[in-house]
Write a protein that binds this ligand. Structure first.
Ligand SMILES: Nc1ncnc2c1ncn2[C@@H]1O[C@H](COP(=O)(O)OP(=O)(O)OP(=O)(O)O)[C@@H](O)[C@H]1O
Ligand SMILES: [Mg+2]
Length: 363
């Protein structure tokens, strides 16, 4: 069980909240504006030091407070252990992450507490820019391969250098060849890991989708960011004049994408709103299933307003699917009865009610 107890201070309208969540299913209900999404943001802050809803910390910090603190007892490997984890942040950006008496970096924290969010913004996985889908792929590769983070950092550094040289307009050809060689080395290694990850993910995605939305065939296709038939060093050479004019590099993993298609058409254009919610949820749940297979431990799912966009039957299928995984789930909904009868008696379900930033456990 990942989170055994949680203490939140000064996150939006949650001044001081303590809960002992279920290791499996936690349902948080409350009226509009009561603090449901804020609780999920607090959990996200614990695993990522930031909100999933805003990139600006000042919006997450409770008005008038001078720090935001989320503290938990966690059992990351599910071995019945208990370690303290605390994340504190101040308006000046100063972040402190303490785990079992040690200070952690952000990537160590992300590794410790693998989080998945499903909310109204998750539609961006289909409708948004390729950057959203690259982030999705890279979450998976980061957790699947320990070498990825170094490659990713190295590639970002080289891309930044190359682009700033392109913006200057004058590049010594010898210097360019050195940078391009490095660029290609990192690009190819990073891309091989991304491509392998998508191949691993496909069967999990198909199984999950057929459970949630049977009969709607959806195909995933990884697009690596440059024409597969041409070696990247040739493309960099051929495209150099264009890159120089534009001031950035046009080919490479920074252009990678994941195409999601149904019946040969873009899923974003073709599917209904509810179908899209099930497809993006299947993508996220498939990542959790693969994560479990590779790491032998579950993820934490933060699912904001699960019933929205879904009819009763699909809502039930979604809950049944969650019930069969080992993930710890925090699910919000407005109506406390909305997800009432969807769980087997043996499933460990805890229900909480939020009113004006105060949480009470209702059973
Ligand atoms: N920085 C802040 N400090 C204090 N309160 C805030 C801050 N930011 C937002 N709030 C308030 O926190 C409350 C809870 O917001 P939250 O988004 O968690 O509600 P919710 O229960 O998810 O509602 P909904 O059902 O509408 O999604 C709102 O009343 C909001 O105005
Ligand atoms: Mg909300």
């Amino acid at each position: 069980m990942p989170i055994k107890s949680l203490h939140v201070q000064h996150v939006r309208n949650l001044s001081d909240v303590r809960i002992t969540p279920s290791p499996r299913i936690n349902i948080i209900s409350g009226d509009n504006g009561s603090g449901k999404t804020s609780l999920l943001e607090a959990l996200h802050f614990l695993g990522m030091t930031r909100s999933f809803r805003t990139s600006q910390f000042r919006h997450l910090l409770q008005s008038g407070a001078d720090n935001c603190l989320v503290f938990a007892q966690i059992d990351p490997a599910g071995k019945g252990e208990q370690h303290p984890l605390g994340v504190e942040r101040r308006p000046d950006g100063d972040v402190r992450i303490r785990h079992a008496g040690q200070t952690l970096g952000l990537s160590e924290l992300a590794q410790l507490l693998p989080l998945q969010v499903i909310d109204s913004d998750t539609f961006q996985l289909l409708e948004g820019s390729p950057g959203v889908r690259r982030q999705f792929i890279d979450w998976g590769v980061f957790h699947a391969d320990p070498s990825f983070i170094q490659l990713w950092r190295g590639f970002r550094r080289i891309l930044k250098q190359r682009n700033s040289l392109l913006k200057c307009g004058k590049i010594d050809p010898r210097l360019r060849r050195v940078w391009d060689r490095e660029f290609v080395t990192y690009a190819e290694r990073m891309t091989a890991l991304r491509a392998r990850y998508i191949e691993l993910l496909k069967p999990d995605f198909e199984t999950t989708l057929s459970r949630l939305l049977g009969g709607v065939p959806v195909e995933l296709k990884f697009s690596q960011g440059w024409d597969r038939k041409t070696p990247l060093d040739e493309l960099l050479e051929e495209g150099f004049a264009r890159d120089l004019k534009q001031g950035f590099t046009g080919s490479g993993p920074q252009r990678a994408d994941l195409r999601v298609r149904t019946d040969g058409q873009s899923a974003a254009e073709r599917l209904s709103r509810g179908q899209k919610k099930l497809v993006v949820s299947a993508l996220k749940l498939a990542q959790g299933a693969l994560f479990y297979r590779l790491n032998n431990r579950p993820c934490i799912y933060l699912i904001d307003d699960l019933p929205s966009e879904l009819d009763e039957q699909h809502c039930r299928l979604f809950c049944q699917f969650l019930e069969e995984t080992s993930n710890q789930c925090f699910i919000t909904c407005v109506d406390p009865g909305a997800l009432g009868g969807f769980w087997l008696p043996q499933t460990d379900v805890s229900r909480f009610r939020v009113e004006a930033g105060m949480l009470t456990q209702i059973d």
